[in-house]
Design a protein around this ligand. Structure first.
Ligand SMILES: [Zn+2]
Length: 266
């Protein structure tokens, strides 16, 4: 089975109190949360994206009320205003070459770049897609969802994924359901070119210490989380970590993940 090459990319970050992200954390300490996306490369399946970062559309879509509240709650700094599409261009990959995007969930920091990839099939969990349909205004805001980020023809490019799916039919990329942070959230698992088993865990937890030590976020985040599902997904990661200590579990926003972000080619 051909392994995947993977490259961690990011076009920006926000910051949050450590105490909100993890039980027992400090309210004085702020953690920088990068919006990461992963470029997956494979000789047969081409460049595949796992999520798409913020893009500058985050700002245009939060310019007016009530969506403006989104950027007040999570002020965003863009490090690449042209977004993920530019980070790929710097690696010699044109947007038109990206034929597959796997969307972990539909929060704005994961779907900001979708409109830049008109040729891509959009792989997602059906309940994740359904959960954001028709959401506008405050109802959308409560789900960290900005409707304007969705390409106009998205519905015609969807492909459903669910637990255990073998995305390309060759066993190289498989799907895990990790709901709780968002309805229908998914992660993916693959082996990389160094033989390392990797699990991209999206936002099933914000910090790696959470799955290692089975530590939930602060209860204040119940406002955005389905608490029981969140716990189940975290238990799943914790048990996977104990059963397979060599499995690299990668939560999207953890600073340990940020340390893997590739420096752009000049
Ligand atoms: Zn996120």
């Amino acid at each position: 089975m051909t392994p995947w090459k993977w490259t961690m990319l990011s076009d920006g970050w926000t910051a949050a109190h450590e105490a909100a992200a993890i039980a027992g954390g400090s309210w004085r300490k702020k953690v920088r949360f990068w919006a990461t996306a992963v470029l997956l490369e494979h000789p047969s399946h081409g460049p595949v994206l796992f999520d798409t970062g913020y893009s500058s559309r985050f700002f245009s879509e939060t310019a007016r009320w009530p969506m403006r509240l989104y950027r007040l709650f999570t002020p965003v700094t863009l490090t690449e205003p042209r977004g993920l599409v530019e980070l790929l261009r710097q690696r010699g990959i044109a947007a038109s070459q990206v034929k597959h995007i796997i969307i972990s969930h539909w929060h704005a920091d994961h779907i900001g770049g979708l409109r830049d990839f008109p040729a891509a099939m959009l792989h997602t969990h059906r309940v994740a897609w359904d959960s954001v349909q028709g959401l506008r205004g405050v109802a959308a805001l409560r789900k960290a969802f900005l409707p304007g980020l969705i390409p106009d023809d998205a519905a015609s490019r969807l492909r459903w994924l669910r637990e255990g799916d073998d995305v390309f039919g060759d066993g190289s990329l498989t799907v895990l359901e990790l709901p709780g942070h968002a309805t229908g959230q998914i992660g993916i698992r693959f082996t990389d070119e160094r033989g390392q088993a990797v699990l991209l865990a999206a936002d099933a937890c914000w910090l790696s210490v959470a799955f290692r030590e089975m530590r939930m976020p602060h209860p204040i985040t119940r406002i955005i989380h389905d608490w029981a599902s969140y716990r189940q997904s975290l238990v799943r990661l914790h048990e996977l970590h104990r059963a397979e200590p060599r499995l690299l579990i990668v939560p999207c926003h953890c600073p340990e993940t940020a340390a893997r972000i590739a420096v752009p080619h000049s």
